[in-house]
Design a protein around this ligand. Structure first.
Ligand SMILES: [Zn+2]
Length: 145
């Protein structure tokens, strides 16, 4: 009986026995490789399953939407505090950072569930991410005048 490690190594050897595959680290041709490490750069190698089409468009679009809002509130808020400190600016700054920052974390950590959602649900979540950012940016701008 072979262990999973032995089966993985056998699959890696079989895969590379007849293919020209570049090492993902250094580009060395791994054809005919016998050990699970690149002979050129000594990085450990494994055979793994990958997606043909990762479908990251919605995920990245929402990430950009939230990151723009968070970045705007954080950077402009800090600048505004030093340039023209006013208590009225603290609320949108804190709210933007405290809502959009955790939203970014939830967005990134929930990417597996996000990928399994329908196209319509993903589109709705992306729109919600931009609306959430727009709410805090516009609230912040209304206070910064
Ligand atoms: Zn290498």
């Amino acid at each position: 009986m072979s262990t999973p490690d032995e089966l993985d190594l056998a699959a890696l050897r079989a895969f590379l026995s007849e293919r020209d595959v570049a090492c993902p680290s250094c580009g060395y041709n791994l054809r005919g490789l016998q050990s699970p490490a690149c002979p050129e750069c000594n990085q450990a190698l494994r055979l793994q399953v990958g997606l043909v089409e990762p479908r990251l468009g919605h995920f990245i679009a929402g990430l950009v939407g939230l990151a723009m809002g968070f970045g705007f509130c954080f950077i402009v808020g800090l600048w505004g505090l030093f340039e023209a400190p006013r208590a009225t600016m603290l609320i949108p700054l804190a709210a933007g950072v405290l809502v959009l920052g955790p939203s970014l974390v939830v967005w990134v950590r929930g990417r597996g569930k996000f990928r399994r959602a329908s196209d319509a649900a993903r589109t709705t979540m992306v729109i919600a991410a931009y609306v959430l950012s727009a709410i805090f940016v516009s609230w912040f701008l209304s206070q910064a005048k």
